[in-house]
Design a protein around this ligand. Structure first.
Ligand SMILES: [Ca+2]
Length: 227
């Protein structure tokens, strides 16, 4: 059966998708994206070690490269060749654009990580994987070695997307932790995306004249106003 564009689906179908938590998939950034990164030989921001997670922090002096950030396992991207026996953490930052935060019914960080990480969006912690509770310094470590090894991609759902996303530029910050200084490997790569529902217009003008009443007309995305 041929499925037409969601912009042409009846309103009843879109409402059903909304109730089911489904809708249009929207990727905010992909795996292999470019990030700014800072090697954990010291705190990335002082005197407040949390400032680096916030949008206003300047990371212009940080290194830059594509994910995955890794050593010791068969990934591609940015190899961190001096980490083993030297430092246990890596700090990552990147910006992404959001048209309308309230459009997102779900938001998921999909990540592969060895051995643990904490992620913040616009300074708000959204995911914590395989690390202890509380604030962790640049000398912190993961709770243990990750399994399976090499690491695989897992989904980390983020609750209440509209409360953490902003219209326009958004900042995601990630602190990656190795299990210990002598660990043979490390990796982090991730993508961010969610499900959004097509915008509905209450009194739509139909783009094409129709014989029947067009109370359920939905404008195509190309012809609708920008959010
Ligand atoms: Ca490791």
């Amino acid at each position: 059966m041929h499925l037409s564009s969601p912009s042409r689906w009846p309103v009843s179908v879109l409402i059903l998708l909304s109730l089911l938590g489904l809708g249009r998939a929207e990727e905010l950034f992909s795996t292999g994206s470019t990030w700014r990164y800072f090697k954990g030989t010291g705190e990335p921001s002082t005197p407040d070690p949390t400032t680096w997670r916030t949008p206003g922090f300047s990371d212009s002096g940080w290194l830059q490269g594509p994910a995955a950030f890794y050593y010791g396992d068969p990934f591609t991207g940015t190899e961190i060749t001096d980490m083993r026996n030297s430092y246990t953490t890596l700090f990552l930052r990147r910006t992404f654009q959001v048209g309308n935060p309230s459009d997102f019914r779900t938001l998921t960080l999909r990540a592969a990580c060895d051995d643990g990480f904490i992620a913040w969006i616009n300074g708000v912690e959204v995911v914590r994987f395989n690390v202890p509770a509380g604030e962790l310094a640049f000398t912190g470590t993961a709770s243990g070695a990750v399994s399976p090894d090499p690491a695989v991609f897992n989904d980390y759902p983020i609750t209440n997307p509209a409360s953490v996303l902003r219209t326009g530029a958004n900042l995601i910050a990630v602190q990656v932790f190795n299990a210990n200084l002598t660990s043979s490997d490390l990796v982090f790569d991730g993508s961010l995306g969610g499900r959004s529902i097509e915008r509905l217009r209450s009194s739509p003008p139909c783009s094409q004249p129709q014989a029947s009443p067009c109370g359920n007309c939905i404008p195509s995305r190309s012809s609708s106003a920008s959010p």
